[in-house]
Design a protein around this ligand. Structure first.
Ligand code: PEP
Ligand code: MG
Length: 755
């Protein structure tokens, strides 16, 4: 059964549209259960009905025509109850009802399972048989499992249909929803950036010159064949002749009579080389993958791998690389610091990252650059965006493809309002962050890119609360050496002359991967991250601390913060290494010029909350990393789009944890800051002020906004609000309360222009 399920889902996922996918399902269900009928009904919510979409055994003409209201028949009951029904004799069931007009007979045996995706009933999968019989437990399990697997595939397939109509042309207006990653609105043409050598993401395009494409592909195949030959040579002494023959088989796949011939045929039909390669491979793999024999399925994997090698050589061809010549909306599977580093950021109007969530690093980078962004559109093939006109709403997380004039006007108005709000906020650049009763809350910046420093100085930040040192590391091809790091850190100190700068030690792992130091784990956020990596590699840690100390010569207010601290041993070991680096540097330079840095931790692992009494004896400050703290408190991966709706800084547990932390720390002895994304959220900032946090660190662009918010509240008012917040039981209630407070003070526009 498992093998059968695997085959069906694989075939379904290869279907070109939803209709074809459903037809495959019903055919396969009949074949597997030996039933006379199998049908899929899909829910049509606006009309409150279930529509027969595909059937094997009933009249095919009834597909798309026959519909039942939500409470009609046994099918309706399955949808309503959200559970399977297995009947030996359906005709004796009170809900029994049949449709002769659809070619239905009073079938006896009946089994049905709901198709549910992310808590929503998408439809019902049914099998029927004339004879009286009870479907076995195994058959029932098969249907339920298939329906559960189908739900995701159907949801994805429907999303694809939304983007392309049946003729393969793009629809007039289509809306997609992701997560708001960076506020603002952008209108522009999409430019899609494909990950290197990702075959499946390649779009179909017409070749400008068939001769040029043929030349490119022949060269790429030649290079790939040479590579295989080299691999064979290298392995000559390590493998037996029999095993070595595998390389000959590979070379054969790549030779002129194999894959290359089919690719050339596609190019001759007018396709550009990468598209032709993808098409030829798809044709082959479709055949391989549906074969029962595992040997042939393996060959499909080999073929894709070989084709990828060819693609690498095609993409090496500089002319094939996408460029950002004019202003555009950047679309990529994952927007990384590396990708941004290669592009002129002033040309990026907006960014769409298929992966990620509002606190993923793609989102953090977008906010730092002030570029509206949407992320988390998992399973939408990026090639569908190619060449499309797009409206991107970074407040709501919506994307509109090929918008009509009305919608475009509406959004142009919103952009105008945004500009007015930004202009209004400029007056706060030079103003201190004061409440109505004159309380000063220091606002610091989270930095990492050079662009951050420039912006931070413009908006009058009180210092750097979080320098993410991994960002310069992410943009290099190898670990930067001590001298290079000194130059990087000194640039930050120079930009912030006289103000404090908190350097967080290298925080890699999780979703921050260095290309030159890959960490592969099943649970990266629970794995080798932050301080865990650097304590295991004291040579990396020591060089970094030495560089920070050397860069700090001549400056004051240098702080070091340690990410992902979960235990006291980690603090002690880090302090020992920091001491060691300090004495080493001191012995190298004149002792008078180097001061010991203040050291603190990023409180982001919940275990640290319960060790505050021990921590404060050792360190100078605590900075709450609310992005990760919320992730670990709620057990919600901050990058997993399936569960992103469960991730909220307004969750009562998060709010109460922040309050608890404040209660544990003596106000005059240890500084307590917060450096997660919520610091720059106008609603959360009011609560943090009220709770008594000593400073907030946020992306530079949020600073004027937060100054404006603070200027509308007294310290006393914010304290009352914080007290109310920690009493509330639901994230939505907390959100609504704060939203109300901001809107009544005329600050709704800071949450979304137009309010
Ligand atoms: C945090 O976790 O809140 C934080 C500031 O660090 P990062 O987002 O870089 O993990
Ligand atoms: Mg963190």
């Amino acid at each position: 059964m498992l093998e059968r399920l695997r085959q069906i889902t694989q075939e379904v996922s290869l279907a070109s549209d939803t209709q074809q996918a459903l037809q495959i399902v019903v055919d396969k269900v009949c074949a597997t259960l030996g039933s006379e009928v199998a049908s899929v009904y899909l829910a049509d919510y606006p009309n409150q009905q279930l529509v027969l979409m595909a059937t094997e055994g009933l009249n095919p003409k009834a597909a798309g025509v026959l519909h039942l209201s939500f409470n009609e028949g046994i099918v309706g009951l399955i949808a309503q109850r959200e559970e399977p029904i297995n009947l030996e004799d359906a005709s004796s069931h009170p809900n029994f009802h049949y449709f002769p007009e659809a070619g239905e007979e009073p079938f006896k045996a009946f089994i049905g399972a709901p198709i549910i995706h992310q808590r929503k009933v998408m439809g019902v999968l049914v099998a029927q048989q004339k004879e009286r019989r009870r479907f076995s437990e195994m058959e029932e399990n098969f249907l339920v499992t298939l329906a559960a697997q189908l739900a995701g595939i159907i949801a994805e397939s429907k999303r694809r249909d939304k983007l392309t109509d049946s003729s393969g042309q793009y629809h007039v207006v289509r809306k997609l929803s992701g997560f708001p990653a960076a506020s603002g609105v952008a209108i522009g043409a999409a430019v899609v950036f494909y990950p290197p050598a990702d075959l499946s993401g390649i779009p179909d395009k017409e070749a400008k010159s068939t001769a040029a494409e043929l030349k490119r592909i022949n060269k790429a195949f030649r290079l790939a064949r040479a590579e295989i030959e080299q691999m064979k040579q290298r392995m000559q002494h390590h493998l037996a002749a029999e095993e070595l023959s595998l390389f000959d088989a590979y070379a054969k796949v790549l030779d002129e009579k194999g894959l290359q011939r089919d690719v050339i045929r596609e190019i001759d039909m007018g396709h550009w080389a990468p598209g032709a390669l993808r098409r030829a491979v798809e044709q082959h793999t479709r055949i391989f993958e549906t074969m029962e024999d595992p040997y042939f399925r393996e060959r499909a994997t080999d073929l894709v791998d070989l084709a990828r090698r060819v693609l690498v050589h095609l993409e090496d061809d500089k002319t094939a690389r996408p460029k950002l010549k004019r202003q555009a909306i950047l679309v990529a599977e994952e927007i990384t610091a590396g990708l941004l580093a290669e592009l002129p950021t002033e040309k990026i109007k907006g960014m769409i990252s298929m992966r990620g969530s509002p606190t993923s690093h793609a989102a953090i980078l977008a906010k730092a650059l002030g570029i509206p962004a949407v992320c988390g559109l998992d399973n939408v093939p990026i090639n569908r965006f190619e060449g499309q006109e797009i409206i991107l709403d970074g407040y709501k997380g919506d994307i509109f493809l090929s918008p009509n004039e009305g919608l475009r006007k509406q959004y142009q108005q919103l952009i105008k309002e945004d500009v007015l709000i930004s202009r209004d906020l400029e007056q706060y650049n030079s103003a201190p962050a004061l409440t109505t009763d004159g309380f000063h809350l220091p606002l610091l910046v989270n930095a990492g890119l050079i662009a951050d420093f420039e912006k931070s100085v413009d908006v009058g930040a009180d210092g750097v609360g979080l320098y993410r040192t991994e960002i310069p590391f992410l943009m290099r091809e190898q670990f930067p050496g001590e001298e290079e790091q000194v130059r990087i850190y000194r640039a930050a100190l120079e930009a912030f002359k006289g103000k404090s700068v908190t350097f967080r030690t290298l925080d890699i792992g999780g979703d921050k991967q260095l290309s030159y130091f890959p960490i592969q784990e099943d649970n990266p956020f629970l794995g080798w991250r932050g301080i865990r990596v650097t304590l295991d590699h004291p040579e990396i840690f020591l060089v970094q601390i030495r560089a920070i100390l050397k860069a700090s010569i001549g400056y004051s207010g240098i702080r070091i913060s340690l990410p992902m601290i979960a235990s006291i041993e980690e603090v002690d070991e880090s302090l020992r290494l920091i001491d060691q680096a300090y004495y080493e540097v001191q012995s190298e330079v004149s002792p008078a010029v180097i001061k010991p840095p203040e050291v603190g931790i990023i409180l982001e692992v919940p275990s640290a909350m319960y060790q505050i009494a021990s921590l404060v004896n050792r360190i100078d400050f605590i900075s709450v990393g609310s992005n990760d703290l919320a992730q670990y408190l709620l057990a919600v991966d901050r990058n997993n789009t399936r569960v992103s709706s469960l991730y909220s800084a307004y969750h009562p547990a998060v709010m109460r944890a922040l309050h608890f932390i404040r209660q544990q720390i003596n106000k005059n002895e240890t500084g307590l800051y917060l450096c997660g994304e919520m610091a720059g959220d106008p609603m959360a900032a009011v609560v943090l002020l009220g709770m008594g946090y000593d400073a907030l660190s946020m992306n530079a662009r949020s600073i004027p906004k937060i100054k404006k918010v603070l200027a509308q509240f007294s310290l006393q008012e914010s304290q009352t609000i914080a007290e109310q917040v920690i009493q509330l039981e639901k994230a939505k209630d907390i959100y609504d309360l704060l939203f109300h407070h901001l809107v009544t003070r005329g600050l709704g526009g800071l949450i979304r222009a137009g309010h």
